[in-house]
Design a protein around this ligand. Sequence first.
Ligand SMILES: *Cc1c(COP(=O)(O)O)cnc(C)c1O
Length: 461
Amino acid sequence: MLAEYMMFEGDSFDWLETVLPVLAEGFASLPPGPTPPLDQTAMVEVLRETAIRLRENYPYFHPLYAGQMLKPPHPIARAAYALAMRINPNNHALDGGRASSQMEIEAVRALAAMFAWTAHLGHLTGGGTFANLEALWVAGQLHPDQTILASDQAHYTHQRISGVLQLPFASVASDARGRMCLDALEARLQQGNVGTVVVTLGTTALGAIDSLPEILALRDQYGFRVHVDAAYGGYFTLVSNLDAESVAAYAALPAADSIVIDPHKHGLQPYGCGCILFRDPSVGRFYKHDSPYTYFSSDELHLGEITLECSRAGAAAVALWATQRALPLTHGGEFAGMLESCRSAALEFYRRLCVSSLFIAPIRPQLDIVVWAIPGATVEESSNRARAVFDAAARRDLHLALVHLPRRFFASDTWPGSNRTSHDSARVTCLRSVLMKPEHLAWIDQIWERVEAASQEVVMR
Ligand SMILES: *Cc1c(COP(=O)(O)O)cnc(C)c1O
């Protein structure tokens, strides 16, 4: 089984052998270039050493890795990326990445269409952080000196990005399910001077969905910009097994001013692939600059004219384009089905947590992230036990994650032995599992067996 997971690439090596000559044919008229002298034995020796170093990883590719937000790229993405490496295009300018720039435009258009946007301005970025930076940078150009608001469950980088951009930032409290608290938001809006509200569809810790329709109604009243951070959750707009509140939030997405989505999170891409989308293409004016070096080959738009980054991997765009050709972003399609499996796995895992006395599951998952606590007399005992279960599960080859959650996410009588007001018990260390591989559904019994055994071991001590 393990060999199978590792050798999954076997097929894609064959695919590459088939298509490399097709690529080469496009350059057949050139005189043959020099072939660099390579010491084959030495190269293999270095690669052997590299493989040994790479063993020092958790097995991210395997369904028993059910911890952090890590998902193996699809074989088509790896193959297309490797194919593009023969060219190593740079999507800053058409001079450096002609075909791959066009493929980026097409791939980004498909992402925008997934959110029902026809007109848009957008491009790929190195990741979600840089994509959010561009969103908040444009927000700051439109509303200079006005405050950026995000919930206390929003990604930590929003505050840092605001600092980099020298825009005031304020955090809005979240409710007992990890969503932005609408009363707290409105109270802050009444104080005035809010330029932008960051709405998270799929928070990183919990997968919680902020109430976008209600926040858009507040936008009508108070007039601010809405940036949706859907770095992790964006693709769930395609699935059919969400709760009614999430469905309403995704249905409202087209009314956002900007959206960030990370193809390297749920989009089956290698790292180095985020995406920023703006609803109003005219924000492109803020990016306007001239490059003395690069914009010569064409009067068409160079992607570097609408990005803050200069050089970017054209291969990332090629991989995304090929993946979307193989697995189109359609409701009811194969790709949507994969995400539905992830969500079903999370719901089944949550159901089992709820009926077992070994666990406390405070929040029903909105996407595919599950969090749970281990009972204990005090918050401290629970937190220590969660850390011990994390280790005990790892000894059984099951890799989970840990998360600190505010105590207010739990019922008030959860820890009768804890002093509710004491500072050191304000946060509870919990276990967290991102079930973002479609295979997690088929592996749920194997995962559950290990979670139960690890917890029994810890509680018996
Ligand atoms: C992962 C994540 C980010 C940061 O994206 P990177 O690609 O890691 O830079 C931002 N926001 C949310 C909601 C995320 O889940």
